[in-house]
Design a protein around this ligand. Sequence first.
Ligand code: MV4
Length: 449
Amino acid sequence: MFRKVLIANRGEIALRVIRACRELGVGTVAVHSEADAASLHVRFADESVCIGPSDPAQSYRNIPNILSAAEITGADAVHPGYGFLAENSYFADVCESAGIKFIGPLPECISLMGDKAKARDLMAKNGVPIIPGSEGIITNVEEGFEVARKIGYPVIIKAVAGGGGRGMRVVHEEPAFSDAFHAAQSEAGSAFGNDGVYLEKFFIEPRHIEIQVLADDKGKMIYFPERDCSIQRRHQKLVEESPSPVVDDRLRRELGRAATAAVTASHYVNAGTVEFLLDRDHNFYFIEMNTRIQVEHPISECVTGIDLIKEQIKIAAGKPLALKQSQVKLNGHSFECRVNAESPETFTPCPGKISAFHVPGGPGIRVDSASYMGSVITPYYDSLVAKLIVHAGTRDEAISKMNGALTEFVIEGIDTSLPLHKKIFNDPSFIKGRFSTTFLDHFLADLKK
Ligand code: MV4
């Protein structure tokens, strides 16, 4: 096992990794920016190093400073968390070159999945269903016209380096294609330094379903029951649940088979997530693979009892995966609310000092947060204040538990998304499990009426 893990992150996920290390008897090194000196991850790690100013480019994304901190403290592994350097193949590569284990997949795997057109191509070749679209990237408008005519409008133009919804354009008819194509190309070029785009048939009201996987470096792997992440606004997820209210055992096994095929095809190691779109007829299609631990991982932990972060660390340390697929049993239902510091009207981040903080409790209630009374949500980083996670025997019981927990959660001094979460958990369509990725936009439009 590792002696000491450096956590190249902040906030709740840094704290989550510190807790997992502690349980494994592994030492921890926190790194922090100047803005985060009073943060809980600094307080609860065994050691800490200041790695630069508040601007994440100069601290949490500063590779030389993070590697120096690892060398000074003698850390033998780095956990990247999510965001920042988590999907930076160069970072994973230089960690390995410096003799520090990167807790995640190999750099080659990160860059392969970072190219959405290459990932799509690999899946198609390995029997994972993909959405009808282009083979590889589209280099000019004429080529785009041809593919779009073949698959039929509406189509969606996506950046190969995108993901999470950035650099996408939906085109409903041919006259709009040319402008959208050039706009997508130039947006992708300036956002990602890569102007490659590809084409897919646009699905109107899909559900966003994802499968968590764990794979060791000996070829063993397991998949988890699906997460439904359809409740989002502008690609920011607000509520996630596992299992999905529309997936049955048979579909769950098919999704698992597709996810494990994706792992095998890419020689994937460590924790990853395979994303699918699910259409009205419950056909599913691969969209992308995330090569990091995700924000919503706790709901998968709740319904299986498996600690994903501990498994990540053990896999990176070269231990064989001790879990068999038959030991991954779906138990009950779990929801997560991402409680953000944001204005209820504009959804813009609302930084400030938390003047009162009371977290709900009781059986089946979990709060992953690095906030406390007196802590400050700064404008430098994401505006996540807490993840409120519930687990109960059935979906209805979990909804009821979430409603109680939302009522008890007190956060004062800043505006948060808690009032919106309460409204969602009282919406009849949501309660019935009837929603798609467009649910929240319609819901918010109706609220304004
Ligand atoms: C799509 C799609 C519909 N059709 N692809 C969004 C994030 C990225 N992972 C892929 N995404 C989507 N890809 C096809 N072919 C719908 C989404 C999508 C979405 C698109 C526009 C606005 C909001 C969205 C929310 C979830 C998913």
